[in-house]
Ligand binder design. Sequence first.
Ligand SMILES: C[S@@+](CC[C@H](N)C(=O)[O-])C[C@H]1O[C@@H](n2cnc3c(N)ncnc32)[C@H](O)[C@@H]1O
Length: 249
Amino acid sequence: MTRIHRCLVVLMFVALAGVCVERIAAESDKSTRISDPKAHRRVGAKRYPYRTKSDYVLKELDLKPGDTAVDIGAGDGFWTEKMARVVGAEGAVHAAEVSQKMVDRLKKKYASTPQIKPYLCKTDSTGLGPDSCDVVFFSQAYHHLTKGKRVDYLKGLRTVVKPTGRVVIIEKYTENGMGAGTHGTLLSRLISQAEQAGWVPVRVELMTGTYHYIAILAQKDLFPPEPKPKPRKRTKTPTTKPAAKSAGK
Ligand SMILES: C[S@@+](CC[C@H](N)C(=O)[O-])C[C@H]1O[C@@H](n2cnc3c(N)ncnc32)[C@H](O)[C@@H]1O
């Protein structure tokens, strides 16, 4: 084996290792065995029970220092602030709000945190540029998007989110009458809308102790379709000669 061949083999191993590391780890590391039936009952804060699960949510978001996220419907900035701590000064968290009053409050509250960038967004898009975000986050905000326009909104996010970026949605789980009121989105409807828009659900979990689920979506292009099997070559079946008619019938 020449030196060039040896180098080529090493390069192939490095490339293969890279591919393995880059693969999306979609499997949750916890068992789904229900050992405590009470564990799924709602606990904590009355209005925002999902906020008691912030460590878990941040783990799922898996942001890194320097990342850029947008918190759509940031409200009082609860999640914006938590994400800003993780991405640090070299990253950014856009806090998108349709209410000017909210934007003004956020600007005042986070005046000394430059990575938090509150802004007034439109109801039908983030208004952010192509490939500008690693994560687009909605917490109790997806159901506020205009009915009938949600697939278009999600389609638009495919440009805003980097090719390997994700959309993370926390919504109330309203299937089987489990979530009261209208402030939620049927999980089945969300998944259908996401898939129509070109997203793939890489992880969907009920958030124990809340009435909410978390859905993590990745770009469909990361999951190329299974190649069609090659059509089998037809083997010619030998033609059998018709038996000669017996004479004298
Ligand atoms: C229920 S609050 C959620 C606040 C916060 N994300 C949380 O989880 O606690 C919904 C927020 O979404 C905002 N909102 C409604 N429609 C929106 C849209 N199309 N784009 C961005 N924000 C929107 C509202 O002004 C409101 O502050």
